[in-house]
Design a protein around this ligand. Structure first.
Ligand SMILES: Nc1ncnc2c1ncn2[C@@H]1O[C@H](COP(=O)(O)OP(=O)(O)OP(=O)(O)O)[C@@H](O)[C@H]1O
Ligand SMILES: [Mg+2]
Length: 320
């Protein structure tokens, strides 16, 4: 029986291989991502998840394999042979990055307007129309601002629209990256560890945002994530990688019960069996990860969340 996501997939990855010299970062990987579904790509550190995104978005040219993005009208884009800017513009694929990449000195609103640069430049007849404020340009500009407002409201950033992006707290910067990707009106949204460094409340808000993007905007989401509360809570389909190879592919319930996944997270050899108690512990943490521990620093007045956040983006000169 064909899986639900393979009937009419948004994305088909077939026999994808990416080698860096002697290192095979991805080896013969095939999977489908369903339309209007959330497909999670999980696996231990170095499994090759970000490399898959880099191949899909044209940052790397794969050594072998096909990546087919299928639009609902029947149009197909062979991403492995397209330039990265054409992938965004024509195939409508958008992404966020594992380490936040915002324009820190620009305001929140400006970050979202930049994402619509192509549309505005086309409307301005490549600058002249924009300079003279042609009706077509003004109309497109008003539409672009409305789109920004829509995503600022959805991501809870409307009150910070005029603040520099670098001044936002870490969780808000993560949401701004998603809003910026959505302003390009993608059909396929690739999110690289959007919950990294978020606290449990922020992770919960992220879940709601991603579900609303899937359900209300009809966008297929490809999600790389280590936070199992996010992965198991919202994914329709999970693909598990280990050392660049696919070791499991199925629904969250199937993945939770797969011994190969438990072994990969434990880091034991195939022939070696982990003790039953340890396996049960790992299975439980995949199913229901515990909240990050609260630690009280010596003489501190407030509890400090022990989970380490990556550095948010900083001002690189420009406006304060
Ligand atoms: N440009 C590159 N040159 C050489 N090796 C690379 C390059 N990009 C990735 N790799 C290697 O490919 C492997 C997979 O890396 P990748 O970043 O895709 O892993 P990942 O699953 O995203 O890991 P993490 O969960 O830590 O982000 C690693 O061994 C990495 O060192
Ligand atoms: Mg990565």
């Amino acid at each position: 029986m064909t899986a639900a996501w393979s009937h009419d997939p948004e994305l088909k990855v077939q026999h994808l291989t990416m080698r860096f010299g002697g290192l095979t970062a991805i080896g013969d990987l095939s999977f489908d991502a369903g339309r209007k579904q959330i497909t999670a790509l999980i696996g231990p550190n170095g499994a090759g998840k970000t490399t898959v995104f880099n191949c899909i978005t044209g940052f790397y040219k794969p050594t072998e394999g096909l990546i087919v993005h299928r639009h609902p009208g029947g149009q197909e884009f062979l991403l492995e042979r397209m330039d990265d800017f054409r992938i965004t513009r024509h195939s409508k694929v958008a992404r966020t990055f594992q380490n936040i990449r915002l324009f820190g000195g620009m305001t929140v609103l400006e970050n979202l307007m930049v994402a619509q640069h192509n549309v505005l430049m086309a409307a301005s007849n490549w600058t002249v129309g924009g300079l003279f404020g042609s009706p077509r340009y003004r109309h497109k500009e008003a539409e672009a601002i409305e789109r920004c407002k829509h995503w600022l409201n959805k991501t809870g950033l409307i009150d910070r629209a005029d603040d520099p992006a670098a001044d936002l707290p870490y969780g808000a910067q993560r949401r701004l990256e998603i809003a910026r990707a959505m302003c390009t009106e993608p059909r396929l949204l690739c999110l690289d560890e959007p919950a990294a460094g978020l606290n449990p409340r922020e992770s919960d808000e992220l879940n709601k945002l991603l579900l609303s993007i899937r359900d209300e905007e009809n966008v297929a989401i490809l999600l790389i994530e280590h936070d199992m509360s996010v992965v198991m809570g919202i994914s329709d389909h999970i693909v598990v990688l280990d050392y660049g190879r696919k070791i499991s592919d199925g629904t969250p319930a199937e993945i939770k019960a797969d011994p190969a996944v438990i072994r990969a997270y434990l880091g034991v050899d195939d022939e070696q069996e982990a003790p039953a108690a340890v396996q049960a512990d790992i299975a439980k943490s995949i199913a229901e990860p515990p909240p990050p521990p609260l630690t009280i620093a010596k003489n501190a007045r407030k509890p400090v969340i022990a989970k380490k956040r990556p550095e948010p983006v900083k001002h690189k000169g420009g406006r304060k």
